[in-house]
Design a protein around this ligand. Structure first.
Ligand code: ZN
Length: 295
């Protein structure tokens, strides 16, 4: 497919945008759009197998860690939302929806490939009614019209309802440090690359009050650094592949390559943790987490 003509975030022309490898940065809002824009077939191929193979993505404790962090997110959402149901846009295998349900909170997930209970294969534009909370947990960047999806989510909120968003911060220090090799570019699955300030501006323009911004809670912050640092070593080893089960890897990896990559990661982990804390303190975290409330 050709380069996108209009920005997927602000819908203004991209023609005077800055050309980067695999993306164009909008001159109006600062959001980079993946370019060339993938076709539906290319996206299907990019999501098949690698992204979510049957039997789980991660080896070892990865999938268990995922469930624990979703339970903690569910506790937070349950605490800040008024009574009512919660919509999880881009619900994956439904870990957050299940964690909310376990707390007695009605929840529905949306996902392109709906395989679990309470998950529906619909777009947010097709959803109506009133919702106490709407969540985009690392999903907005996968949507073809993320700006409209955010506006739609704001319109679906009940009085005092909360929009919760986590996404990679294109204006982070790790995005700057690793450039075209930054883990969270994730081309072509990530269609937009959003600086934190563009997200906050859009939420305020939708009439919401931003109540909390965290540069640590959005997850993947230290891992982004660790992946980037390991990737600077000879042979550019891919830590993301090393922690995944073989069918979920981007490139094949033998046992000794995998062991060497994990050993390098263990050595570099303290440095990555320090870098993550540093960028969070500078409000330039690798991902941004926002809670925004309707009046
Ligand atoms: Zn734009």
């Amino acid at each position: 497919m050709p380069s996108p003509r209009n920005c997927a975030w602000c819908e203004r022309p991209l023609e005077d945008g800055e050309r980067l490898t695999g993306r164009v940065r909008c001159a109006h809002c600062g959001v980079a759009n993946t370019s060339p824009w993938p076709t539906a077939e290319e996206l299907d191929a990019a999501y098949a197998g690698f992204y979510r193979p049957p039997g789980g993505r991660f080896s070892g404790p990865g999938d268990r860690v995922l469930r624990t962090t979703r339970a903690s997110l569910a506790r937070r959402i349950d605490a800040i939302c008024p009574p009512g149901r919660v919509l999880d846009v881009g619900a994956g295998e439904g870990a957050l929806v299940q964690a909310l349900a376990a707390r007695g909170r009605a929840a529905t997930g949306l996902e392109r490939d709906a395989r679990a209970a309470r998950i529906e294969a619909r777009e947010i534009e097709e959803v109506d009614g009133e919702w106490a909370g709407v969540v985009f947990w690392h999903s907005l960047e996968h949507l073809p019209t993320p700006g409209r999806a955010l506006d739609r989510a704001a319109a679906l909120l009940a009085r005092r309802g909360v929009l919760v968003v986590a996404l990679p911060n294109a204006d982070s220090l790790q995005a700057r440090a690793f450039g075209d090799r930054w883990l969270a570019l994730d081309l072509p699955r990530h269609l937009v690359h959003v600086p934190a300030r563009a997200l906050l501006e859009r939420l305020r323009a939708a009439g919401l009050t931003v109540e909390r911004v965290s540069h640590l809670r959005g997850g993947q912050v230290a891992f982004g650094w660790l992946h980037g640092l390991v990737g600077l070593l000879p042979g550019a080893p891919d830590l993301y592949d090393a922690i995944r089960r073989a069918p979920a890897r981007r490139r094949p990896m033998n046992a000794s390559q995998r062991a060497a990559t994990l050993a390098a990661a263990a050595v570099l982990a303290p440095l990555a943790a320090a870098a993550a804390l540093g960028e969070a303190a500078a409000r330039r975290g690798g991902s941004v987490y926002v809670e925004a409330r309707r009046a």
